[in-house]
Design a binder for this molecule. Sequence first.
Ligand code: CDP
Ligand code: CDP
Length: 224
Amino acid sequence: MEKKIKIAIDGPAAAGKSTVAKIVAENFSYVYIDTGAMYRALTYYALQKELNLKDEAELLNGLHEIEIILSPGENGQSVYINDQDVTSEIRYANVTNQVSIVAKHRMVREEMVKRQQKFAQSGGVVMDGRDIGTHVLPNAELKVFLLASVEERAKRRHEENQAKGFESNLEILMEEIERRDQLDSEREVAPLKKAEDAIEIDTTSLSIEEVVAKIIDLAQERVR
Ligand code: CDP
Ligand code: CDP
């Protein structure tokens, strides 16, 4: 019988992590967990409550007030704060531009990691983020680090925004992505980093289908 494994997918912003993670999870009938959505949910909540994003204790109190629920939805995953559907709101620019400030606090990360590990307890999980292979699931049977040039990543986000009818500027997007990657890579606690045993895939000139096929092949080798 096939083993149920844990698959960790990390990488910088807009490398295609959530898109491919969702498809890989569907393929194996695994649970998909978007950990970025959890940091986004807390950021959204903190902005609503006008919490000081630089105050770790205030944010941690905020996090203890909320249950972040990830559930399969129309477009992959719906995100709820307690009973409120915030799936769209957590993608707004004000959240995107401030999430890295929230995500750098040690105690916030500790609490998030605890929740993420609980979600992964049953096995058969695909989890994407920045520190999954390095901290959240250090024993994952498969670790993938997805990369793409910043130009390509900004272009992908731009096209995605345009398809959704959102205002979008390629130059600004590129600057924002670079700034966020820098904050995520340089923070003290669990920075964005390839785990030593992760397999790196540069997706710059790969289609979604090609990336998915590579990851499924790697996973197949490990479920037997
Ligand atoms: O989808 P996108 O790549 O734009 O970002 P995301 O995966 O939704 O993550 C949003 C932000 O959450 C990142 O820029 C990080 O600051 C933070 N994050 C993190 O610190 N650790 C994770 N495991 C996942 C996300
Ligand atoms: O989760 P992450 O921020 O890493 O990226 P994403 O939101 O999954 O992907 C960003 C955009 O790139 C989406 O619109 C994808 O359709 C597109 N894309 C991709 O994910 N992979 C490719 N090889 C090509 C395009």
